[in-house]
Design a binder for this molecule. Structure first.
Ligand SMILES: [Zn+2]
Length: 264
């Protein structure tokens, strides 16, 4: 998944997050490409673009609704919710996405903190999913994440994503998560997973709630910061026929899933 290392300092010390929060016009493909060029990130996989995917899919949703293609619009809403969900996970917006990769020996395949991403996002969330679900709805209703900027077009949606990534990183600093994981001994054992939950469980529910709110705003369920009942439930989604193969053939599906080598 190409998310975005929006905490990597540029030549003047400012990050993509700093630049975009200070000036919405910095949220452009040209500005981001210039930033990546300036810091020497030349590989496509290192040039994250999460906010632009949200912009692109938002525009697709609008176009599908405008042409009366509700099924495709619903598909696109499902896709955008995945990307918004990614943005509320602090490790997705960080150059520390999986530990101190920069401390690996040259050619080395391991480094301090390696594995934190999967242990935190997969193992901990799986193990405590019921506890999380019980907390997310109330936290969303309480307005987790604060006010959401007005979303009237694709660029607004991308900007809202940046503010969500900022909130996530301030709520759970990636460095704190990584260092706690190292302190707990690393790996996926029960004490490590439980230790992460103890330290970050409540805050994880908060960032997930903060991620659910822009999704509800985009699809119109949240009005003026209130009225969040729940996020899409498994029961609701089971009413939608299996759309994945279809979706993958659609332009937005291809844009989202095509691998760097061109395969779907
Ligand atoms: Zn992840």
């Amino acid at each position: 998944m190409l998310t975005a290392d929006i905490d990597r300092p540029g030549a003047d010390g400012r990050t993509l997050r700093d630049l975009c929060l200070a000036d919405k016009n910095q949220l452009s493909v040209a500005a981001w490409q210039a930033f990546y060029d300036a810091i020497g990130e030349t590989q496509a996989r290192d040039r994250g673009l999460l906010p632009f995917r949200v912009w692109q899919i938002f525009d697709a949703i609008v176009a599908f609704f405008a042409s009366g293609d509700v099924a495709k619009a619903v598909c696109a809403i499902g896709v955008i919710s995945h990307y918004v969900g990614d943005a509320c996970q602090p490790l997705h917006g960080s150059m520390l996405s999986d530990g101190y990769r920069d401390r690996a020996d040259p050619g080395g395949s391991t480094w301090p903190g390696k594995g934190v991403h999967a242990t935190y996002e997969d193992k901990m969330v799986d193990r405590f999913s019921q506890d999380l679900l019980a907390r997310i709805g109330p936290a969303a209703e309480a307005g987790a994440g604060g006010s959401i900027p007005r979303i009237g077009n694709g660029q607004d949606a991308a900007y809202a994503l940046i503010t969500l990534m900022d909130f996530s990183a301030r709520t759970i600093p990636p460095s704190e998560l990584r260092d706690r994981y190292i302190e707990l001994g690393g790996g996926t054992s029960r004490p490590v997973v439980e230790g992460l939950w103890e330290t970050f469980g409540a805050r994880t529910a908060t960032v997930m709630a903060a991620g659910a709110r822009p999704n509800d705003r985009i699809i119109g369920r949240e009005q003026h910061g209130a009225n969040v009942a729940s996020t899409s439930t498994a029961a609701e989604m089971s009413n939608v026929p299996s759309l994945s193969p279809q979706l993958r053939q659609m332009p937005i599906g291809q844009a989202c899933w095509r691998e760097p080598d061109g395969t779907l």
